[in-house]
Design a protein around this ligand. Sequence first.
Ligand code: GLC
Length: 582
Amino acid sequence: MTTDDLTAGAPVHTPAGSGEWWRDAVIYQVYPRSFADGNGDGTGDLPGVTAKLDHLAQLGVDAVWLSPFYRSPQKDAGYDVADYRDIDPLFGTLADFDEMLAGAHERGLKVIVDLVPNHSSDQHAWFQEALAAAPGSAERERYMFRDGRGPAGDEVPNNWQSIFGGPAWTRLAPREDDGPLGPQWYLHLFDSTQPDLNWDNPEVRAEFEDVLRFWLDRGVDGFRVDVAHGMIKAAGLPDWDGQVAMVEGTVEEATDPAAPEDGSTGAGNRGPMFDQDGVHDIYRAWHKVLAEYDGDRCLVAEAWVEPLSRLARYVRPDEMHQAFNFSFLTAPWDAATVRTVVNASLSTMEAVGAPTTWVLSNHDVVRHASRFGLDEIGGRQLNGIGATDPQPDAALGLRRARAATLLMLGLPGSAYMYQGEELGLPDHTALPDDVRQDPSFFRTNGAEPGRDGCRVPLPWVGGAPGNGFGPTGKTWLPQPDVYAELAADQQYGVKGSTYEMYRAALGLRRAENLGAGALAWVDSLADHPDVVALRVADVVVVANLGASPFALPAGAQVLVASGELDETSGELPSDTTVWLRA
Ligand code: GLC
C-alpha cells in the first residue's frame, strides 16, 4: 500500500460549522459522587470537582457535564430531585457550586448541568402536597395520579412496566376519606420514589422554565435533559405490551439506516410513554428561554429513541442543540456497522442543521473498556456485569476501547466522554450484591446487575488508601484491584498510557479543528471488512477492527496511535487505530 491508497473521496456531509462552541466540543461527564471526594466521607462532592479542574483542563476537553447534585434522597443517585434549586449536602452548597463554576470558566471550560424534568423525588414538596391533597385537586394534577381499574380500584391503571422493573404504578396508602375506588395510584416510569410529573399541566411547564432561569442566571452554559423523550404520554395512557428499556440496542438501525419509521424495525422506545410529538413543544419553549441569554447556552437531549431520524427531531433548529448518539454507543465492534452508523448519524443530523455527537460510555452503561472485552457477544452487554456473569477479557477490552476512542475523537461533531475513560478504567464487574445501590438491581430482584459497576470512585493516586479518591481513603463503592495501576498519577507523563493517548488526541483534534471538519471515506478501503478509514481535515484515521494486522502505507507520518505499531513491518495491529498525516 502507498499513501496514494489513502486518497479520500468527496465529503459525505457538510460540517455543521464551528459557530457555537457546542458544535464541535468534547464534553467530559463528571459523575459527582464518584469523581473526587473533598471532605473524606467517601462520596465525591463539588469541592472535589473544583480541586481536580486542572486535570480536565490539562486533558484538553472543552466542557464538563455534571450529573445531578441537587437536593435528593439519592434513591436513584440524585436522579430523584427533591429541590431543583439547591445542592444536596452530600455534594456541598450553592457557594461550592459557584466556586466550581468560576474555576471551570477561569480555565476556559464550559459547564453543563443535568436537568431531570420527567419526574421528581417523592420527597419533593409538590409530591408531599399531592399526597396530602384529595383526588382531583390542583396538587395531584402536577403528577400522574389515576384511579385503579376494577370495581374496587385495586388493579393497576394500565399495564406499563417500570424501566427499572416491576409495574410503573404504585398505590397510595388507604385513607379515611377514600371513595369507593379506594386510594389512587401514581405513575413512575422509573423507581417508585420517582413520580412522573404531568407535563400537560401549565404549572409544571412554568416551574421548569423558572428552574432553567435559576441556573442560567448562575452562569451555566447548558443543560443535559434527562429522559427527554418521556415527558408527554399518549392521551388516555393506553395499555402497551412492549418492553420499556432505557438502554436499547440499535443494530437494526445501524444495519438498515432506511429503517421504516413505523416501529417495525429498531422499534425501541416507541410505546405510548416515549417519543410523543408533544415533547417538542416543551423544547421549543426552552429554546426561547436559552436564547434570552448570551453566550450560546445549549440543551442536550438524553433520548433513547430510534431510528436516528426520530432522534434528529429533538435537535431541529428551534429545539435542542445536541442529542446523545446512542446508536454509536450500542454499535458492535464491526467495521461495516461502524461505517453505517457514522454515515447515518452525519446525514440525519445534517438534515436538521445540528452537529452529530459521539459517545461510548456514561453512568448508565458498562464502560467500553469492559464491554469490548466480551467478544463473543460483540461487546453489546450494556446493562451491568455481575460477579457470576462471564467476565470480560480486560486486555482485549482496553485495546479495543482505546482504538474505539481514537476513532471517535477523529470524527467531526461533538464528542462526550465519561470520567475515568481517559484512564482506561474498566467497570467493577465483580461487585458483591450487598454493596449494590442501583434501584434497577433491586426492582428486578437481581436479574439485572444494574449500573453500579461503572460508577465506582475514580483512582487518582495508585496505591494510596482508596487510590486517592479522597482524604480518608473511604469510597462509597469498592474499587477493583486494577484501579491502583490505572490511577491518574500512574499515567501522567507516561508514554503510551491511556491518559497520554487521550491528551495527544484531544490536542490534535483541537489543533487540526477536526470537530468542524468534513468526513470523507478513504476510497480504496470503503468496503473493507475489517478496516475503517476516513479523512477529516488533514488527518487520516485508520482503525483496524479485524483479527489480522493491516499493512499501512510506507511514508505516512503517524500522529497518534492507540497501541504500539510494528515499526519494522509498518503494520497496524488488530484492534488498533492510528491517525496519519498522509
Ligand atoms: C436517565 C439517567 C439515569 C436515571 C434515569 C432516571 O436515563 O441517565 O441514570 O436513572 O434517567 O432519571
